[in-house]
Design a protein around this ligand. Structure first.
Ligand code: F6P
Length: 359
């Protein structure tokens, strides 16, 4: 009899259920009734506090198209994982204890950067762990794409599409703020797909004057409206030159804005005299059903994770590379971010077609 654990950790995304289904269906096909799947509630919280349920075969049916995660999720920050909880509990020891008590043969972790760092830690502590790359941010190093990303691109693109018609009717500047604090993949893809005129990413600090120049140029060319796609973590050149401490101080002292889009709107309005409006799709970008691309990707990643388990290969993250599904050691991906290279072909193509990055 095989016994495996399953958990979904960190911010949710559209194809978590589809990925768990991929793992489970493959395991049931390989082992029939000779496999038991334990689902931990709300990510690592369930593993730490021994909160789980024994899954049934039927739990994995009818969920291919369902967004969110049937197990629930939570954020368990990696930087606090070695810190005792409020009752003095050693979280790492507790996770190892639960795994051993349940006599698990493997733990499948569906997670993003922080969650896979914890997965790697558990693997280094001797547990059999296999990671699966989840996040709408697409910022996991070692995989070309993460599940959830393209579904979020689709939602952020529809937001920009909808803004297009109203922006055109009113001749306004619209700023659409897209998720992504540290990386700009989602903004880059949705910005290009939605025909944004200006795209602002954390990886390419912007110059406010350049943004205003680009808006003026559009006006001169007879375009009466403009759309700016800005990543949550976009930053000005001035601010990017500051140390973390200096930036914190500046933000504490300066005028407070709900987010970067509102700050830009105020500054652009002031500098250009144009009417500027802000749209923030926010968590909508993580919600709803996975698009077919993600359903296929998740099925492939899930099947590969189960296949690796069958081959007794652990300490790995399944990954998509050059349209093939493969795997890389967790220790190679843990802690590394995949950022947008400002010199990459995709940024060049965007610039060649006239998109400004405000740089
Ligand atoms: O999961 C990734 C992400 O959606 C980021 O794009 C976003 O910045 C963040 O999570 C939002 O986190 P929370 O759901 O905790 O508000």
């Amino acid at each position: 009899m095989k016994k495996v654990g399953l958990l979904t950790s960190g911010g949710d995304c559209q194809a978590l259920n589809a990925t768990m289904r991929g793992i489970a269906k493959t395991l049931y096909n390989l082992y029939g009734d000779e496999v038991e799947i334990i689902g931990f509630e709300e990510g690592y919280r369930g593993l730490i506090y021994d909160d789980y349920r024994v899954m049934k075969k039927e739990d994995f049916s009818g969920i291919l198209t369902v967004g969110g995660t049937m197990l629930g999720t939570s954020r368990t920050p990696f930087k606090l994982i070695r810190e005792p909880d409020e009752n003095g509990l050693n979280k790492v020891a507790a996770m190892i204890h639960t795994y051993k008590k349940l006599k698990l043969d493997c733990l499948f972790v569906l997670g993003g950067n922080g969650s896979l760092k914890t997965a790697n830690l558990l693997s280094e502590e001797g547990l059999n762990v296999i990671g699966l790359p989840k996040t709408i941010d697409n910022d996991l190093w070692g995989t070309d794409v993460t599940f959830g990303f393209q579904s979020a691109v689709s939602i952020a693109t529809s937001a920009i599409d909808s803004i297009h018609t109203t922006a055109a009717s009113h001749g306004r500047v619209f700023i659409v703020e897209v998720m992504g604090h540290k990386v700009g993949w989602l903004t880059l893809y949705a910005g290009i797909a939605g025909g944004a005129d200006i795209i602002l990413l954390p990886e390419i600090p912007y110059d406010l004057d350049k943004i205003c120049d680009a808006l003026k140029e559009r006006g001169k060319a007879g375009k009466h409206f403009s759309i700016i796609a800005v990543a949550e973590g976009a930053i000005s050149k001035e601010d990017a030159a500051l140390t973390k401490k200096e930036l914190k101080k500046k933000r504490e002292k300066g005028e407070k804005y709900p987010s970067v889009a509102y700050e830009l709107a105020a500054k652009i309005g002031e500098k250009t005299g144009q009417e500027v409006r802000v749209t923030v799709p926010g968590h909508m970008q993580r919600g709803g059903a996975p698009i077919p691309y993600d359903r296929v990707l998740s099925t492939r990643l899930g099947a590969e994770a189960a296949r690796l388990f069958d081959k007794k290969k652990f300490g790995l993250m399944v990954a998509a590379k050059n349209n093939e599904i493969t795997s890389i050691p967790l220790k190679e991906t843990a802690g590394k971010l995949k950022t947008v290279d400002p010199k990459s072909e995709i940024v060049r193509a965007a610039k060649l077609t006239g998109i400004s990055f405000g740089d």
